[in-house]
Design a protein around this ligand. Structure first.
Ligand SMILES: [Zn+2]
Length: 334
């Protein structure tokens, strides 16, 4: 894969014991250093105007002056430092790079993956929250729509948390589909099954809140039976994968049980969906807080695009997953 990377993303300093810290990117790069076929690309930061296309100008101004004053705790979870403004623009810029280069034809071994931080999917139009300042995936989607490079963009979010921010940005829009599989009851406690969009955006939001303990078989079943048909019906020009790795069985902050191989299997499954519908693919980093499992998860996505065939699991999904998927299919007429 081609990994978008920018040193400025290390300058977002969240303090000593914060789970979302620069060591995450260092661990990913160390993991990738052992792999074949890894390439890095640089990208320009997003501009203020491009960020304001999905965020309120007042919020963006407020954040800029908060950071200029030295930063601090925006809320109990979300900490800014002097480097946060530049890091957040750089992180959004990397996701724009990923979306643009995918639509320019980068695929297969050249599939782009934006390795930015701070992450984005909790950032709502008028606020930072949940370690996120600018909604990177949303900025990227809006940018390629504004460029005229795409008419429809789908965002699939496999981070263990619901991407409330991404959902909010596009909730009433019919040109962006947002689909998420997340752990029920976890922060920020949004993303119920019946949140399916509003007005023109009706049925372009897809939420599958799986019960704690779900693993590879549940995720693969959910993608096969709910996410893939939703993507096929929407027929996007571009799929952005909001790729967090905190549903890993050894991640410290969730109770999900996805394995490293599970991330390879999901990558492979999504690739066959996008191949079928002729959509470009870009990956954008979200969460993932176990340094080893985060590095391994990213490496598994890479290896899958580099030609490694993942080993399928023989497990069956839980009955709870099957009935939830059936309910969603009925609700969305999939
Ligand atoms: Zn997360």
């Amino acid at each position: 894969m081609r990994f978008g990377y920018n040193e400025r993303c290390l300058e977002h300093d969240t303090g000593e014991r914060h789970p979302e810290n620069p060591d995450r990117l260092r661990a990913i790069r160390r993991g990738l250093a052992k792999r074949h076929g890894v390439e890095y690309a640089e990208a320009d930061p997003a501009t203020r105007e491009e960020v304001v296309a999905v965020h309120d100008a007042e919020y963006v101004d407020e954040l800029e002056s908060f950071v200029a004053d030295g930063g601090g705790s925006w809320d109990p979870d979300t900490v800014a430092s002097e480097g946060t403004w530049n890091a957040a623009l750089a992180s959004a810029g990397l996701s724009q790079w990923a979306a643009r280069s995918a639509l320019d034809g980068a695929d297969g071994r050249d599939t782009p993956f934006a390795l930015g931080r701070p992450p984005g999917h909790h950032a709502v139009p008028d606020d930072a929250m949940g370690f996120c300042f600018f909604n990177n995936a949303s900025v990227a989607a809006q940018t390629v729509l504004d460029d005229g490079a795409a008419d429809r963009v789908a965002i699939f979010d496999w981070d263990v948390h619901h991407g409330n921010g991404t959902q909010d940005v596009f909730y009433d829009r019919d040109d962006v589909l947002y689909a998420s599989i997340h752990e029920e009851g976890l922060y920020p406690d949004t993303g119920a099954l019946d949140e399916t969009g509003r007005d023109e955006g009706e049925e372009t939001t897809v939420n599958l809140p799986l019960a704690a303990g779900a693993g590879d078989a549940d995720y693969l079943y959910a993608i096969d039976e709910a996410i893939a048909p939703a993507l096929e019906r929407f027929d996007p020009d571009l799929l952005i994968v909001s790729a967090g790795f905190d549903a890993h069985r050894h991640d410290p902050i969730s109770r999900m049980r996805v394995s490293s191989e599970g991330y390879a299997l999901m990558t492979d499954q999504l690739r066959s969906v996008t191949d079928d519908i002729g959509a470009a693919t870009a990956y954008v980093l979200e969460g993932g807080y176990g340094l080893d499992t985060l590095a391994e998860g990213v490496s598994m996505v890479h290896e899958t695009f580099d030609g490694r065939t993942p080993v399928d699991s023989d497990e069956d999904p839980d009955e709870k997953t099957e009935s939830l998927v059936a309910e969603l299919r009925e609700l969305l007429d999939l």
